[in-house]
Design a protein. Structure first.
Length: 162
């Protein structure tokens, strides 16, 4: 057919394990449909909003925020294969793809975006209550302050593209 069809994935989320609830005959609280090929990350903020990061096509991602009743509050898309999702209690989120770290505010607006640098290959991230972002990759930790300024020590790679 010459083009790739994006399949819909039904995300069923609740405070308890959905498969256990179904097995036990309990009612599912809510479900939400998002259009991604594969879910890469799931996180909750302090208000129990759900953040879902998924891959789209061969080189894109979609980040979706869903409220406690299952309604989608917003969705953003970006380029680059998604690697890691981190969320803090304030509802800020960070998406790491192969080349970039992007920080979003609780409304889904981009606060800043930074290049990661060659060879890092992010596989872990933390977004603390102060808004600091720490990304771990191949033999490296990179830390940015809340405003996206490169901070910390022990950097092997890291390019501040501000």
């Amino acid at each position: 057919m010459g083009h790739r069809l994006t399949r819909a994935i039904f995300v069923v989320l609740s405070l308890a394990c959905a498969s256990w609830r179904a097995w036990a005959g309990l009612e599912i609280e809510w479900s939400s449909q998002i259009n991604v090929d594969r879910i890469v990350g799931l996180q909750l903020d302090a208000q129990t909003n759900t953040f879902v990061l998924g891959s789209v096509g061969s080189a894109g991602f979609r980040l979706v925020k869903i409220d406690v009743t299952g309604h989608q509050l917003w969705a953003v898309s970006g380029l680059g294969p998604p690697q890691v999702l981190a969320v803090n209690g304030l509802g800020e989120s960070v998406v790491c793809d192969t080349w970039w770290v992007t920080k979003y505010n609780p409304a889904g607006d981009v606060l800043w975006q930074r290049a990661i640098g060659g060879g890092v290959s992010p596989n872990a991230a933390v977004l603390d209550a102060g808004g600091n972002v720490i990304v771990g990759g191949y033999q490296v930790l990179i830390k940015w302050g809340p405003d996206g300024v490169l901070a910390g020590s022990g950097l092997r790679y890291g390019v501040d593209s501000a």
